[in-house]
Design a protein around this ligand. Structure first.
Ligand SMILES: [Cu+2]
Length: 140
């Protein structure tokens, strides 16, 4: 995790210390380092940091393997760009609706019986008469 005072410009010196694999760094704002060969290094100009920012390696599977970076903007006002904040706000909205899946049904409910009949035009005989191949004689 990187901590940056909000309002500061962030410049990341990025080097790929992995001797085998190509990696890169993509930031949620769209900034990308481009692919770095093993041993290569570059400078990523992330720009002015106004809120928390996610970063990750965009090589297939690498983000899921944990190649992520979180940039925390110190002293920033929490905005909707912060996933934690927007998530909890939406959660509060949903929590106001009382929901009890185990509650008995309301007074208007009726139980309807559902009967599935065979489709017209198909006799049950045609489906039951199936061709059977004679039992195979075991070989060997
Ligand atoms: Cu990677």
């Amino acid at each position: 995790m990187l901590e940056v005072p909000a309002g500061d410009a962030l410049v990341i010196e990025l080097s790929n210390d992995d001797p085998y694999d190509v990696h890169d760094l993509v930031l949620a704002g769209g900034v990308s380092s481009g692919r770095l060969q093993p041993g290569a290094a570059t400078t990523v100009e992330a720009g002015v940091i106004g809120h928390d920012l996610e970063g990750w390696c965009s090589i297939a599977g690498h983000r899921a393997m944990g190649m992520t970076l979180r940039v925390t903007a110190l002293g920033a006002e929490h905005t909707s760009a912060d996933p934690d904040q927007s998530g909890s706000a939406a959660g509060d909205e949903l929590a106001r609706i009382p929901l009890d899946l185990q509650a008995p049904p309301g007074p208007d409910h009726r139980v309807r019986e559902v009967v599935c009949r065979p489709a017209p035009g198909r006799s049950s005989a045609s489906t039951s008469r199936s061709r059977r191949s004679p039992p195979r004689s075991p070989r060997g």
